[in-house]
Design a protein around this ligand. Sequence first.
Ligand SMILES: [Fe+2]
Ligand SMILES: [Fe+2]
Length: 192
Amino acid sequence: MAQKKTIKKNKSSKKNFDNKKTDHGILKEIIRVDHAGEYGATKIYEGQIAIFGKNTKIGKTIKHMADQEQEHIEKFQELIVSERVRPTALLPLWSLAGYTLGVGTALMGEKAAMACTVAVEKVIGEHYNEQIFLLKDDQKKLKSTIKKFAADELEHHDIGIAHDAEKTPGYKLLTKVIELGCKVAIVVSKKI
Ligand SMILES: [Fe+2]
Ligand SMILES: [Fe+2]
């Protein structure tokens, strides 16, 4: 005898389609993790500029990206205060990790430094694009800020490619390791 299965309607499934209000917890996580990421990015470029010098050709290219990262971090510093978001407790770790990554890849050469940019900006760019879907109509301003920053990160990624990042010996392994590190940092910085 065939059994009849009853399917219960999930009443709570509707709330996920509310497009007006951003989940407060998600908003705080977005600001915390973006603040952490932009802080790390400024440190990576600071480390690379410390090795190359800001007046060399490559140094000037990196400085252009570093200046944009500075604009990004300042915006998230503002939001940390105005939205009363606790910054990640791991900022000192990201500072050290970012700077070390910057110095380390710069010491490996210009192409490796650019490979670092490609890896980092790929992850950050994708991460921003995910956030654009999590932010609802009540956060239009933040949404357009993140869209603008995502475009900057894509530009940085493309600068890296244009500077022969892919010709770095061990490019695939190097970028995979850096991408993984960034992804772990993102997961951890949302919560801690
Ligand atoms: Fe940035
Ligand atoms: Fe960037």
